[in-house]
Design a binder for this molecule. Structure first.
Ligand code: SF4
Length: 702
């Protein structure tokens, strides 16, 4: 059906927000009366969280942008589409003529549909011929992705259906808090929780950790940034206490002997000193996983942002994969290692070419065969395709510098709030000759742009998304978009023609998807046999899905891993700790995260009345002893101060927090911007910044 109103049964689609992509049905004839109802689907089993239930509010928000805006005399003022696009195209032409192709950059987002993620990369490389393209997913799952490629030869968040976790009696969550980030995911943890086998490694007693304790499970309350030490300590216990699967290690892996000399140093007592996790807890966690494995009751290790968003995130996830390999969990039915994707299209968004080092199909941009294949689909000379560009933070940090981009196009991202060391990023954005932001509301980044282009949102257009288990889903149009808004696909089409680019940039999502399928054919993330018709018929298709594997691949690695020799790799890594240790001037470790009501930078969810009423202010969680030492009581206004800036927040005293840690959500801008504190020490492999640990002090607000 074209709209919800034309079909009384409504339009079957998926949620506007996170990577679980819960299934829902939209009914109603207009934005004003559109209603959301959950729909049964394996991932959400008929559930939605508060964000999903209220997602129709986004479609009727009075804050909706419906006309392009141009900055005139310092103020954003309405303009026609032709005026706005002419300004952008003229700036691109002038800037590239004066400073070269790379003087124009594009910044994408992990919430864009597969078609947009694909077209954005193609637009950058073919119409702009710039190497300067990356996206906010670099700050989301890139460390887990890099570790997955390093150890398994392939990155797919969950290499098994999410429902497999539902039968497990032991699940170790590493820096994951699904009770707030994706509550319907908890239905897959019920059995583990009831069996006393839910284990949560997190510096905070989150609702997820509390659920684990309620069921007799474990909370491994580690100090932020010590995750790798925890992993190596658990590996040590697995090997020295007889839990390792020696046959699996011998037959399906390589490199154990390279890693073991490092892990052998991580005696449980040392791990306890470094991480704060008691030796008995460490031992029980490993024994619980091994027992569930041995009794065929299912054992999984799942990482998420808490363990990944570090300057050593790739090595940290590598160490946890080593633990899982030592226990023989990956590559078998009923056990495994996976990563819980965060952003709505966190998985698909990183497969189709909006990453600085990547072409569609999850191909490497420096691979000559990949360049030749994709260039043929695009009808260009492979020699004309740019090489790898700067990673997300490095790209933003170079803006307006002598050798950096001078024009930036932002799509589906709000880096003023979400970038690390955000004040520095704001300064760089201000140094641009032209900042162009496509969004459907005036986010903090749009508010400082020179040109704002109002785009369609989730239920106003057709498309596909790829969820956290690599399953391709159909997002469907339920409503006509407000007059004045356009899809990004049309924006790139119109800009390409203004730039004189003869390559086609289709505006129909279905045509773009067909091209994406051809571009991905033969690559690691092969979508070539996933057709629009099959998706519309309700088929469950997990990539790779090709003529050789027409039914898709729900479970990866069962016969072999995706490495040249088919074996998973142990890689020697060690614990290095946070890039900015606490000291006498900044004696606390700040860690950042999410709350139930908000998604990412909050630019969307802060506009939903019910959500902002329930969670409307920036806060800092502090242990009572720490609050009292700073002269702060519950509800007081505090300044959290790091070497880079300060953030104002209301104190919430929490006796379950470690006294050396404060927690801040990152959903607010302005004075309450958590990322004014964080820093941009980057992981050497993934280029992930260290969002989860920086040194701060607390002061009473003046
Ligand atoms: Fe489901 Fe995530 Fe949407 Fe909540 S935000 S309803 S968990 S997809």
């Amino acid at each position: 059906p074209a709209t919800a109103g034309s079909d009384p049964a409504g339009v079957a689609t998926h949620c506007a927000y996170c990577g679980l992509q819960c299934a829902m049905t939209l009914t109603g004839s207009s934005a004003a009366d559109l209603a959301v109802a959950p729909r049964r689907f394996p991932t959400n089993r008929g559930g939605l969280c508060q964000k999903g239930w209220t997602s129709a509010e986004l479609l009727r928000t009075p804050a909706r942008l419906t006309t392009p805006l141009l900055r005139r005399d310092g103020e954003l003022a309405p303009a026609s589409w032709d005026e706005a696009l002419d300004v952008v195209a003229d700036a691109i032409v002038r800037t590239q003529a004066a400073y070269g192709r790379d003087a124009v950059a594009v910044f994408g987002g992990g919430g864009l549909t597969n078609e947009k993620a694909y077209q954005l990369g193609k637009f950058a490389r073919v119409a702009l011929r710039t190497s300067q393209v990356d996206y906010n997913g670099r700050w989301c799952m890139s460390s887990a992705a890099a570790a997955g490629i390093r150890c398994f030869g392939l990155d797919r968040g969950l290499p098994f259906p999410v429902t497999d976790i539902g039968s497990a009696h032991a699940v170790l969550l590493l820096g994951a808090n699904p009770a707030e980030t994706m509550p319907p995911f908890l239905t897959h943890l019920v059995r583990a929780a009831d069996a006393g086998g839910l284990m949560v490694a997190d510096p905070r007693l989150t609702p997820t950790a509390a659920k684990a304790l309620d069921g007799g499970g474990l909370h491994l309350q580690l100090r932020p940034g010590t995750d790798a030490a925890l992993a190596l300590g658990m590996l040590h216990v697995a090997v020295t206490e007889g839990y390792a699967d020696r046959r699996f290690i011998a037959e399906r892996t390589t490199g154990f002997d390279d890693l073991w000399p490092v892990a052998a140093q991580w005696l449980p007592e040392r791990v306890e000193r470094v991480t704060g996790v008691a030796v008995t807890t460490l031992r029980t966690a490993v024994a619980t996983l091994a027992r569930a494995r041995d009794t065929e009751r299912g054992a999984y290790v799942l990482s998420a942002r808490g363990s990944e968003q570090h300057a050593s995130g790739t090595d940290t996830v590598t160490a946890f994969i080593a633990l899982a390999l030592a226990l023989g969990l990956p590559g078998n039915s009923g056990t495994g290692f996976g990563t819980i994707t965060g952003q709505g299209n966190g998985q698909g968004g990183r497969e189709h070419g909006q990453k600085a080092d990547q072409l569609p199909g999850y191909r490497r941009i420096d691979d000559p065969a990949a360049r030749a294949h994709v260039a043929a689909v695009w009808g260009v000379d492979p020699a004309d395709l740019p090489g790898p560009g700067r990673s997300a933070f490095e790209l933003l940090d170079a803006l307006g510098t002598e050798s950096g981009p001078r024009v930036l196009l932002v799509h589906g991202s709000n880096p003023v709030v979400s970038a690390p060391d955000a004040r520095r990023v704001s300064d760089r954005l201000a140094a641009l000759d032209l900042l162009v932001v496509s969004d459907f509301v005036l986010s903090e980044t749009a508010a400082v742009a020179d040109v704002v282009l109002p785009v369609l949102q989730w239920a106003e257009e057709e498309g596909t998304m790829t969820n956290l288990e690599g399953r391709v889903l159909r997002r469907r149009r339920a409503l006509a978009a407000p007059a004045g808004c356009r899809s990004e696909l049309r924006i790139w089409n119109e800009l390409a023609s203004r730039l004189g680019c003869s390559t086609g940039f289709p505006t129909e999502p279905r045509l773009v998807f067909d091209e994406l399928r051809r571009a991905s054919a033969g690559g690691p993330a092969d979508y070539s046999a996933v057709t629009w018709e099959r998706l519309d018929a309700g088929e469950s298709l997990h990539w790779p899905c090709s003529p050789q594997r027409p039914q898709g691949t729900p479970r990866l690695f069962l016969d072999r891993f995706a490495t040249p020799d088919g074996r998973a790799r142990f890689v020697p890594v060690d614990h290095v700790g946070p890039a900015e240790p606490d000291d006498t001037a900044y004696p606390l470790v700040a860690t950042t995260g999410r709350v139930l009501q908000h998604y990412q930078s909050g630019a969307q969810t802060r506009l939903v009345e019910e959500l902002s009423a329930a969670a409307g202010e920036m806060f800092v969680q502090v242990h009572p002893d720490t609050a009292s030492a700073a002269g702060l009581d519950e509800g007081a206004l505090a300044d959290v101060v790091s070497r880079r800036g300060r953030t104002r927040a209301t104190v919430r005293v929490d006796e379950d927090l470690r006294p050396d840690v404060v927690f801040l959500p990152f959903h607010w801008g302005d004075d309450g911007r958590a990322n004014s504190l964080t820093h941009a020490a980057l992981d050497p492999t993934s280029r992930m910044p260290e969002f989860k640990a920086c040194a701060v002090r607390l002061e009473a607000a003046q």
